[in-house]
Design a protein around this ligand. Structure first.
Ligand code: TXA
Ligand code: MG
Length: 337
């Protein structure tokens, strides 16, 4: 049984105790719900992978209450301090060299010489991390390859019975995951995943940002960039200017093609922040309703390619990507994507 905890002080105390004892607690952040566990305990980290059916080659982000705590686990450079000052707490994950004295387990870091660190925003998650005082590994609280959860009910749909508790802090305000920026070489800040902090905002702090090509091999620079991900059961058709009678419609803006029986508008006013916050709930809802109406897919209207539009499009591209059985070297990886 998974215990549903509210964000009261007793709920927080219980969640913190479970985490310190090596249990698994999903909690809300400003981006999506994370499946949290003590990153310093290898057995706990192994349970995270098991609960998610996650490929083991995916390293996890360690979460902290503040930059000072985060920078005890990595070798921070001046650019890291500048970015932390500008964006933390907030939806930015920094990849930095792992400190020689880091207590984060090899399993959480996947044995890499770098570590992903993040200071999430939100009263509840901040209070929790302050109580726990440990690096908390937290991938999104969904089964591997599936849609990320943006409220506590979504987490239970994915993981009920597989984790100890869910700390309910209501719906997530940003709605897409953090931006992942590799600054392990500060001369070459590289955007590994677009997310809640926009490219424009990053560029205002570190003039040039590099972008790797999307990789589909078995050992990508950032495994969250595997092509098929965030996948609903129904196939997804992008940049749709029309909709077939047997398709559900994920709409954007106030001009919609006619004919959809089931639709979800990301933002009628064309606001990209609102659209990001409603994205995963929309995909989940259309997927469920579409299947029960025997529809054959989800058509998605074009999304403007600036600001949070990049992160939204990235998630939609993955949701729409073909789902081949990727070569997968380790047994734990089940081809759910
Ligand atoms: O918003 C978020 O970041 C959420 C919330 C829960 O904090 N977490 C999340 O975690 O999205 P996850 O595990 O689903 O995504 C972590 C991403 C993956 O793309 C992973 O490959 C990348 O960060 N990552 C982690 N450590 C890395 C490293 N050392 N080098 C490169 N990429 C890394
Ligand atoms: Mg994820």
């Amino acid at each position: 049984m998974t215990n549903l905890l509210d964000a009261s002080s007793s709920g927080l105390q219980t969640a913190a105790r479970i985490l310190r004892e090596g249990g698994l607690v999903a909690f809300g952040t400003e981006t999506v719900y994370g499946l949290g566990g003590d990153a310093t305990q290898p057995q706990t980290v192994a349970r995270i992978f098991e609960a998610k059916n996650r490929p083991r080659f995916n390293p996890l982000i360690s979460h902290f209450a503040d930059a000072q705590a985060a920078f005890t686990q990595v070798t921070a450079n001046p650019l890291a301090h500048k970015l932390a000052e500008a964006f933390w707490p907030g939806p930015l994950t920094l990849i930095l060299p792992r400190a020689p004295y880091s207590t984060v387990s090899d399993l959480a870091a996947d044995g890499l010489p770098t570590l992903a660190v993040r200071v999430p925003k939100g009263e509840t998650v901040q209070a929790l991390l302050k109580l726990v005082q440990r690096p908390i590994a937290a991938p999104s609280a969904n089964r591997s390859g599936r849609i990320s959860p943006s409220d506590a009910a979504h987490v239970l749909e994915e993981l009920d019975g597989r984790i100890d508790a869910v700390l309910d802090s209501g719906p997530c305000l940003v709605g897409v995951e953090s931006t992942v920026l590799d600054i392990s070489n500060p001369e070459r800040p590289t955007l590994l995943r677009p997310g809640g902090i926009t490219l424009e905002a990053l560029q205002a702090v570190c003039v040039t940002i590099f972008m790797p090509e999307t990789e589909v091999d078995t050992a990508p620079a950032s495994p969250g960039r595997l092509l098929s991900h965030y996948a609903p059961h129904l196939p997804v058709r992008l940049n749709a200017v029309d909709v077939a009678p047997d398709e559900a419609l994920l709409a954007f803006g106030n001009t919609q093609p006619n004919g959809a029986v089931i639709s979800w508008n990301l933002s009628e006013s064309g606001n990209l922040e609102e659209a990001a916050a409603r994205l995963f709930a929309g995909l989940r809802t259309l997927d469920k309703q579409g299947q029960s109406h025997h529809l054959r897919g989800i058509a998605v209207q074009p999304i403007p390619q600036h600001g949070l539009g990049l992160a939204i499009q990235d998630r939609l591209n993955r949701a729409a990507a073909p789902r081949p059985a990727l070569p997968c070297p380790r047994k734990i990886c089940q081809h759910e994507r």
